[in-house]
Design a protein. Sequence first.
Length: 584
Amino acid sequence: MDKQELNQALKRKKILTDAKVAQLEKDLSTQKISEPWEQLLLDKKILSEDQLLAIKSEMLGVPVVDLRNQQIPQDVLNLVPEPIAHRHQVISFQKNKEELSLAMTDPEDLQTKEFIQKKTGLAIKTFLIGKTSLDFGLSKYHSSLEKEITHLFAAGPDKALKAEAEGESADQALQKMAEEIPVIRVVDTLIEYAIFEKASDIHIEPQENSVIVRYRIDGVLHDVMTLPKVIQAAIVARIKVLSNLKIDEHRLPQDGRFKIEKEGYKFSMRVSTIPIFDGEKVVIRLLDESAKAASLEDLGFEPEVMEVITRNIKKPHGMLLVTGPTGSGKSTTLYTVLSMLNTKSVNISTIEDPVEYRIVGANQMQVNPKIGLTFAMGLRALLRQDPNIIMIGEIRDKETAEEAVHAAMTGHIVFSTLHTNDAAAALPRLLDIGIEPYLIASTINAVLAQRLVRVICKDCRKETKIDDATAAALTKQFHLEKLLPILAKRKLVPEKARDLSDVKFYKGEGCDKCNHSGYRGRVGIHEILEVTPNVAEMIMQRKSSQEIQEMGEQEGMVLLWEDGFVKAAQGITTIDEILRVSKE
């Protein structure tokens, strides 16, 4: 859409002003942003996708359709081949004897319309769709993975399924199988389907008589399909070939990685194999390299926590630690903070295992223990490179912790992660590792703890209240008397609320758009402990994590579970999710 026309339309609707346009133009020139103007307006939240579609619809005279509200027959969808649908962003969703309805992000793409018209022999009726709706339509091409894979193997040559070829060793046969077309297409289909489902991990788990494929979606594992046992060796061999692992090694764990880059996405795949009783189990972690850095607000941070983070990362030196279990979004938070500080006037250097996301302008190093490149060794090398800001993927041992603390003391801003259950436990953990109390007290600025909870699906969300029995059960697990004042401060409870039974909560009933799970997406719940003079004094006295946490609460710290209940009362998540990820 023409930039000037769009700006004029937005000014008429008082969504945009000349001053705002000038500011955006300045951002474009100083930050060298190359994305389209429309996308920039959406990213900056100047207008929503629905507002943009409404303006486009009005200017182009084309009606808007939301494919998430449509039942799309598979035969109609397949009238437009999947590569065409991806490349030209077009979905066929309805047809009668004479007419085919096309949903397009660019209704003025005459070449694509003419091509589809000639191919189908039907008149074309055009509708306008947004990116969210398009993604939903594209995902329908992969709605039946099990059927597709069964078909692929049925069509493939039988020799690809044999464990051992005549006159060849088993490993030579595996090498051949890994290069057979059906095996290649099965692995490609498993990965593509996982990308469309927005899965973070693929688990391929051999059983006695079958192979189970599971995807981790929004932090929860889902069974996707069961494959015949006979194809297990071929699939594992293909993944090993892709990730440059030894095909003939079945007794030891192996780690590797590979990349997939297609139009519209770029993913890095981390592969881990381990020998188990029924064969080799494979886990593939999907890392979206094309993902843009989100803001702290997008990650679910409350204003009070954002204010503490912003205040501490602006200090000239010191350390910010992020704690939580594996898969709790620690790296994403650190990348977001780094993107906030990433300007041409500073040198950002990182040492990670592995490098999960690329940061333009940052120097990112990956550890390699096989050649002696550990976190500690890499950190010593980085300090000779005159960095302003350093990110260490994880503090695992005394040597790394000492190097990090000394870096924070000598005028550097240091970010790192630590595996502890809450923010206060990070400080005694560093003592256990062997760091002196005075070093911890003088270098740690703040410790952030976080978990990820699933977000209620907006299309099937409904209000609910907890009954007295549930409230009583929750009271045994959490100190709920501390919670009502926190909710009241945010105006989430009635003035005369006696207990949680007076508070409105929400749940998802389940619908087509969320695969009947009641959830879509994830968001963080957080607690942040700032190392104030009082907390520093307690560290010097080697106080327990419980005593340090109590001091933090006295100074206004909101705990993880309390932040979770705030988000539940706001209608973002459910009490069940809070119980799943946090414990008092």
